[in-house]
Write a protein that binds this ligand. Structure first.
Ligand SMILES: *[C@@H]1O[C@H](CO)[C@@H](O)[C@H](O)[C@H]1NC(C)=O
Length: 498
């Protein structure tokens, strides 16, 4: 039994360490620029819970426990005693034989056999009586003596018999004890064997299947990591030509004849240096300037204020041609976006794609963001589209104040190191950007989170999220909180009145 519990302990220890390893591997993620105190309050990760808002649900999922199977009752097997030896038979006393005498005989052998007459017999008898008498006496004595010694022998024999019987009884008792002992041993043996045959294999099977499923998960993770690494192997070096045609922004460029979707150089304000940007010259008559793009998770969006201010990521790369026709993942930068939207009326096109390849759009006829002094405050208007009006109306799954606190319009920009969200401050534990993975116009906290964490495959749970919150690339009004999108992009275009 000792060894069984030892084995169980070891296996449980092993399992625990596997879980710990898996967990600690998963902990390396988006905001490792800063050590954030893990205030994770895991909520039920069943994938249907609408999140985004913040009345914290501290309900914990019960942790599954491995209950060892109860021991079986000892079996009905009974010990069969071995047959005992029959007691040794008692020794038989020998009969004392007396010699018989008499008969017809001559005194002298030579004369032959002769039966004597009465007279002769009497004379002979009388003659012999004297000698016979003492002989008989002597014989009688001897017989008596013999009888005495015989009785001694007899009593001795009797004593021996008694002792033998005693010993035999002892032997029998010993045998009974041994039988009893054997029976117990056999019962123990049966019990141990049953345990070995049934319990331990069952528990082992159970543990093995747990280990197997964990291994399968690890393999899947490894496969995903490998495929992602493959995608990111070649760094996005801009080795392609930048077209000669440039302009204030993409709409300006398409008017000047730049009709392919690719990377261009733009200069909205002659006071600032020109910069590279990807222009979509196809969608809805073209002229769109890409300010945000997510498509493969190759760029980390969990970045500090300064990164969001200046922009980050890869603008474009060459897809085989000698020009940069393929957009990369990037954030143009809040300063640039702000400046572009201040040049005049601007529209915003948000395009989303899920992991089934389904696509939706959210179009805002008005879009502007303030400068850094005003914390890049967001303003959108005139929604139309198929994605759902998250920015203006909040999450359609929520009601009342819960929905109101997910509206993004008029919110300030927040990053994990600059908390401007709609959650009561200053509480370091109540920071949307820390919990939801990216820089964004968080309220308390979001209905849309296009700068959130990239989850390969789309579906994720609160257990997978670093803080138990819906930190994925989420557009709640379309796919809810627990489906992280495959692609998301934000494009702007000046509204030209004709
Ligand atoms: C807001 O959400 C909380 C929990 O998520 C819920 O208990 C409450 O009823 C909601 N309020 C409204 C008005 O839906």
């Amino acid at each position: 039994m000792l060894t069984q519990s030892k084995i169980m302990k070891l296996l449980l220890l092993f399992l625990l360490s596997v879980v710990v390893v898996v967990k600690s591997q998963a902990a390396v993620d988006y905001d490792d620029e800063e050590e954030v105190a893990t205030t994770a309050a895991p909520v039920d990760g069943d994938g249907v819970d609408a999140r985004g808002h913040r009345p914290l649900n501290k309900k914990r999922e019960p942790y599954p426990t491995l209950r060892p199977a109860p021991l079986p009752p000892s079996s009905g097997f009974r010990y069969r005693a071995r047959p005992t030896k029959p007691p040794a038979a008692g020794r038989k006393r020998e009969q004392v034989a007396f010699p018989d005498h008499g008969g017809c005989k001559h005194m002298s052998e030579e004369l032959g056999v002769l039966c004597p007459t009465g007279c002769e017999l009497r004379t002979a008898l009388l003659k012999q009586e004297r000698t016979v008498k003492p002989t008989v006496q002597d014989l009688t004595d001897k017989v008596q003596k013999l009888e005495q010694s015989t009785s001694t022998i007899y009593s001795y024999t009797h004593l021996l018999d008694e002792r033998l019987a005693k010993k035999q009884k002892q032997v029998l008792d010993n045998q009974n004890v041994i039988s009893q002992y054997n029976k117990e041993v056999e019962e123990h043996y049966t019990f141990i064997k049953d345990n070995l045959d049934n319990n331990i294999p069952t528990n082992l099977r159970l543990l093995r299947s747990v280990v197997d499923s964990l291994q399968k998960k690890i393999q899947e993770l490894q496969k995903t990591v490998t495929s992602q690494l493959q995608d990111c192997r070649t760094p996005c070096t801009v080795s392609c030509n930048i077209p000669v045609v440039s302009g204030k922004e993409c709409e300006d460029i398409i008017r000047k004849g730049g009709e392919t979707s690719e990377m261009y150089l733009v200069q909205p304000d002659p006071f600032f240096k020109p910069y590279r940007v990807y222009c979509d010259m196809k969608t809805d008559n073209g002229g769109w300037l890409l300010i945000q793009n997510r498509q493969d998770g190759s760029v980390n969006f969990g970045r500090p204020w300064d990164s969001y201010k200046k922009g980050f990521g890869n603008v474009a790369s060459s897809g085989g041609k000698n020009y940069c026709d393929t957009p990369g993942e990037y954030w143009l930068g809040n300063d640039k976006i702000s400046q572009l939207t201040k040049m005049g009326p601007t529209e915003l096109l948000i395009e989303l794609e899920d992991w089934n390849g389904d696509k939706v759009k959210a179009h805002y006829g008005g879009f502007s963001i303030q400068g850094e002094a005003n914390k890049y405050q967001l303003s959108v208007s005139n929604y139309r589209g198929t994605a759902g009006n998250a920015l203006l109306e909040g999450a359609s799954q929520l009601y009342g104040e819960n929905r109101t606190m997910t509206i993004h319009n008029s919110m300030f920009f927040s990053t994990f190191d600059r908390d401007n969200d709609g959650w009561p401050n200053p509480d370091p534990k109540k920071q949307c950007s820390k919990e939801d993975g990216g820089g964004w116009w968080y309220n308390r906290c979001h209905s849309a989170n296009p700068n959130g964490r990239y989850y390969w495959g789309g579906h994720y749970t609160s257990e997978m999220a670093k803080h138990g919150t819906d930190d994925g690339m989420v557009w709640m009004n379309w796919k809810g909180s627990w489906h992280s999108l495959k692609k998301a992009s934000m494009k702007i275009r000046p509204i030209i009145q004709e």
